[in-house]
Structures are given as C-alpha cells and as structure tokens.
Unconditional design. Sequence first.
Length: 348
Amino acid sequence: MNKVILGLFLIFSTTFLSAVQIPIETVQSRPFGPTIEVNAKVIQQNNDQYAVTSSLEGYVEAYYVRAGDTVKKGDKIAKLRSIALSKLTIDYQSLKTQYSHFDKNFQSDKNLYDRGMLSRQDMTTKQIQRDALLSQIKGIEVQLQGSNVNPKSLKGSGSSHTIYASVSGRIGEILEPVGAFIKDEKVIATIINSNAFYLHCYVPSKYASMIQKGEKVLVKNNTSSSIFGRVNRILPTVDEATQRLSVLVSLDTASDELYLNQYVGATIYTQKDKSYIAVKKSALTFFQNEWVVFVPAKKDSYEARVVQVIAKDDQYVAIKGLSAGERYVSDKSYYVKSMLLKSAIGEE
C-alpha cells in the first residue's frame, strides 16, 4: 500500500500534519450482491443453557454471583446451609470413629486367631462387622462426593455447602432468593453459554430465493466491534407472529455486548452476481452534505470527489463518481476532512 504524508490542502492555507500517514489504494471493480436488512432476535438452543442445581436440600445462605456475571467452570455460585449435609457429616464422622476403634480391636483379635486362641467362626464374624462399617463409610463418601463435598474437608457438623459452576458462561437468572428452602436437584440459577448464541432473523418471503446457507450476516447493534455470522439454516416454517421466513444465523465469535432474547438489526449479504467500481467503506465520509471520497490532487494535497453509493458489503462500497485505477484515500479520511474544514475557515 502506498502512503503519503498529508501536508497542503488544495488552494487553502497550508497546514502540515506531521507523522500522519494517509493510506492510498487504487479503485477496483468488485462483485456485489443485494443486501437484505432484517430484524432479528438473539436466541440459544435449548442444550446451550445449563441449570445450576444442588444435590442436597437446604437453605440458600448467600450467592457469590449476580445475573449477568461471567463465570468459569469451577467458580463458586452459591452457599447453602443444609441439615441433610449436617446429618451426613455427623454420621460419617461417627462411623469413622467406630471403625478406627473396631479396626484396632480387629487387629488384636487377628493376633489371637493367628495363635489359635480365637475360633475361625468368631474371626469371620468380626471380619463381616468390620467390612459392614467400611461399606457404610464408603457409601456416605460417595454421597458427599456426588454433592461436590470433599469428605476429608469436613469439620464439626459440616452443614455449609458450596455450589460450583459446572460450565463456563454468563449467569442468566437467579431463580431462588437468599433464605429460600430448596429440595435436592432444584434449579437455583441458569448459566448461558454465550459462545453458542444464534440470530433468529425474520426475512420477508420475497427474499426466499436469494438466501443461501453460509452467506455472511452483520449484526447491527452499535457494538464496539463488528459482529458477524453465517446463515446456518432456513427453517421450513413461517414465523406465525410476523409471517416472515425464519432464518437461523450462527455467530462467528462470542460477544459480551449481545444478550439472550435481545432484538437487533442485521444485514444479510446475498450471493454476489454483479460487479461495480468500489472503494473501502473506511474511505467514504459525509462532507458538505454529500458522500465523498478523497483523492490525491497535486503534490501533498487532496480533493473531495462526490460519489453515489450503489451497493455495499461488509468491507466495500460500490460507487459512481470514480474510475477504475484511480487512487483514493482508503482510511483516515477524517484527518483530511478535518484539515479541509479548518483551512476553509482560515485556521492555521
């Protein structure tokens, strides 16, 4: 890309912008297709929304998150006070104590058995009792681990229970208030996987033959960066409320600036079937009530060419007013525009 240093402007008073490089490119012919402006809704497939549940019943003591917060897998979601957990903890610790005493006695009995001072029947009975205690301990450990409770971390009555995020995403809703009593497997919150957002586009039926799978779509939501997607599929039914075609668009990247059930505008770029003289979108600017593109004039100077916009895609604008092969300011046209305006009012 050729670059020139912006200095003098036409016949206006000289103004020099040191160290500002103005990119220059060549006007070329490019293919374009019709664009379709539609309304759309941000949606999500059912399997991309996850329920946060507790495998133990109890009272919600506190939340570590709020609706809209971003969480990672393993982050704390809520704290519960669970009588059921307290009972399990007491039973577990009691059984562990019993087993410790029983095992010491068992080892002593085994020594007696090895010396022939205890019958096989008595020894077998004690072995069965010991194994039964161990089985109960293992059973409670399985219950605790299933509730994301580490048995080794239990202290005292152990009624406090923390619920963790099983997936990464954004908190959709908090469904149970602090202080609420919840039963096991009750959903207390939802996590939305923002990497799996879709657009449900409502397209007038007259455009049905123009839209194909894979075509590019731009989300129009005044976001800080452009959000693009691709036509995923055209649903076989018409939306009952709007009587428009339902087109599902998968988004290329996740964005914290889109929200589930949000309505946005969208531009669908259809198959390119015609060629026009085109410049980059960044070259186009509104100047003195006209769309213009700046072109190099004499050395270190520029002039504004009025153009007519014919078509556009996500990167280029088809225009009338320039010819193929002409050089034009492809970006930073606001510098040129600003200095032309200053020169016109006599600022140095």
